[in-house]
Write a protein that binds this ligand. Structure first.
Ligand code: SF4
Length: 278
């Protein structure tokens, strides 16, 4: 895809956009201002297909319906097939067989552990106008080609919401290749978690007591690792709003920093922008 093509998608902000901006403003520009999108890896399509199976489980359990494992696995396989075809990915038959086996194992494991759970919401789409915490003014969308003027909102999809006696628990699923320690999960996903807590605090009268990340670990012996982070009643959303301010100033000034680091790679969406010598 040519990098000169402008496909800004900044009608709304999202946890992913804020996280990308924090990681590297140039990568953010590539993805969300220029619309450069690398094809997903096989691991990514696996994660999306497992997610589709768990979404079906959540929807059925929310309605108190029984769930057959074959339905979930069928949903997983259909999503995997459609995603691979839609993205035009070429995956060798033996690799595809491994992906199917890994996904089916994870879904069976998850169903065995959490099949009894009845969420109050599943795949909850939240869209809340962003209001400046100091001035009380609603944030406005950045001036960019293709963006209609209007209020700027934060949009996010919460995988599952559980109700416990003293508050709500926001659950997020992640399919990973290895188990990450609690501290690492918290550091890696802190902006996403803060955004979810803020969205839920705007959307519900019930307090959010905790955020829970369930890592579905794809390895020889598949595993589910759970990290639960309590949300203090006086949690500060300042880091989220500071990031929004910095992001909008960067977009307004068209000045994007390349945050070179040891995770930089030629497969990064922004590599062609930050690597003039490559
Ligand atoms: S490769 Fe370039 S655009 Fe990607 S994270 Fe590194 S500096 Fe940023």
């Amino acid at each position: 895809m040519p990098i000169t093509e402008t496909r800004s998608s900044l009608h709304q902000l999202s946890p992913s956009k804020l996280s990308a901006f924090i990681t590297c403003p140039t990568m953010f520009k590539a993805r969300y201002i220029l619309g450069i999108k690398s094809p997903p890896s096989a691991s990514m399509v696996l994660g999306r297909a497992v997610h589709a199976g768990l979404e079906l489980l959540g929807r059925r359990r929310q309605m108190d319906l029984l769930v057959a494992v074959d339905d979930l696995i069928n949903e997983f396989n259909e999503t995997l097939k459609a995603d691979i075809e839609g993205e035009g990915l070429e995956i060798k038959p033996d690799e595809l067989a491994k992906l199917r086996e890994a996904g089916e194992q994870l879904i069976r494991l998850y169903l065995g552990r959490y099949g009894h759970e009845k969420p109050v919401s599943s795949e909850l789409h939240l869209d809340e106008p962003l209001i400046h915490p100091s001035t009380g003014e609603v944030y406005q969308r950045p001036s960019l080609p293709g963006i209609e003027p209007g209020e700027l909102s934060l949009y996010g999809i919460v995988d599952s919401v559980l109700e416990e006696p003293d508050g709500l628990v926001v659950v997020d699923y992640k399919v990973t290749a290895r188990t990450s320690a609690d501290s690492s999960v918290m550091l890696t996903h802190r902006m996403q978690l803060l955004c979810y807590a803020w969205l839920m605090s705007r959307a519900s009268d019930r307090p959010v007591k905790a955020l829970e990340i369930r890592q579905l670990v794809r390895k020889k012996q598949p595993d589910i690792s759970v990290t639960r982070l309590p949300v203090p009643g006086n949690v500060s959303y300042a880091p989220m709003f500071d990031t929004i301010d910095a992001l909008l100033a960067t977009v307004d000034g068209d000045a994007y920093l390349s945050r070179y680091g040891f995770l930089c790679h030629a497969s990064c969406d922004g590599y062609r922008l930050c690597s003039p010598l490559a």
